[in-house]
Design a protein around this ligand. Sequence first.
Ligand code: ADP
Ligand code: ASP
Ligand code: MG
Length: 418
Amino acid sequence: MPLLVMKFGGTSVADLSRIENAAKKVQAEVARGYDVIVIVSAMSGETNRMVGYVEGTSKLYDAREYDAVVSSGENVTAGLMALRLQEMDIPARSWQGWQVPINTTSAHGSARFIDIPRANIDAKFAEGFKVAVVAGFQGISAEGRITTLGRGGSDTTAVAFAAAFGAERCDIYTDVDGVYTTDPRIASKARKLDRIAFEEMLELASLGAKVLQTRSVELAMRYKVRLRVLSSFEDTDENSGTLVCDEDEIMESKVVSGVAYSRDEAKMTLVTVEDRPGVASAIFGPLAEAGVNVDMIVQNISEKNYGSHTGAVTDMTFSVPVNQVDRAQKAMEDARAAGIIKYDELISDTDVAKVSVVGIGMRSQVGVAAKMFNALAAENINIKVIATSEIKISVLIDRKYMELAVQALHDCFDLDKA
Ligand code: ADP
Ligand code: ASP
Ligand code: MG
């Protein structure tokens, strides 16, 4: 039997009628002759609610118990989806991660897949079951504890199942009808893309476009999964939505194909750090040990010595997710107290956002950065930090200008036009 993976996100299973709507989409594929693995998220809002319960109970919580709690939303929707399918006379059953089993590392809260043995689910298909409804976002560690894959992780569950079971396609049903040039919720001119290259999608996702979890795109790219994003609220067929595919399956390629943003960033600066070999390692070592996710890093050595400092000094600026500022601050203060680093002051700016432009066309085109900076200047937006790679340029700006910046960049690269 040909097999499909269909994943339904939180808003697509937000209540019983939406679960029924999603089940009808599954029914249509079964009628076309597919066996289906359905991956479900928790009902929208549920995971946040449970994260709140954990944080309200314990500040420095045990991550194993966090996973035990926050994984449970998916168990509810998996069971309800299986029941709804049974009501439609479709032989279906639910699977929690441990029942498959979905074997993961024991990095609680951000576990990674080790393997997904097919035997149990294959045996059920062989018995005549048409649909396996699998709880997304969760797995089990070698220690026998429940794990979760990080926020948005059901996307990754879906792609991993598509790879493990050799699915014809992995369809991600969500509350928008595809991948857009930018988040359609903040730019009304955003345009839906029929196709997007894996590498561009990977950059957009990792720079904040939450339509797909970054890791899901990585897996799809590695295992050549045909990955599609489409609406669970509209009538869809095999041409709907956006196909995430290899670069050479795309005819036209613009220099910039999308704009991404990440709202909750913070910029931290260590003022007057010594300029000598080993300083960067003395700073970022303790940050890594404290589990801080450092993103952009800028060091600019002053050509002149200043203040009372006798040797060469530099400022070191880096960005972190805003909810890790306290942890980063503590790591730096501890390192200073232990004599590992010296600095005069640590300045934290917690009102910044990151805005990025992405496009594989940038590899061969000059002047993209100049054009981007020009568009921001025209809106009087000050750039605080810049980072570039082969196919993206990111800037850190004041958060209050984030939406304006996204719209200005969308306009300046003509992304509303095909
Ligand atoms: P789900 O619950 O189905 O997993 P998510 O909320 O995780 O859905 O992801 C879908 C959301 O991603 C959309 O509602 C949209 O606001 C946001 N989004 C951000 N960037 C983009 C983009 N470039 N294209 C489409 N959606 C985007
Ligand atoms: N329910 C989880 C979350 O909200 C996983 C997912 O929906 O993909 O992050
Ligand atoms: Mg999601």
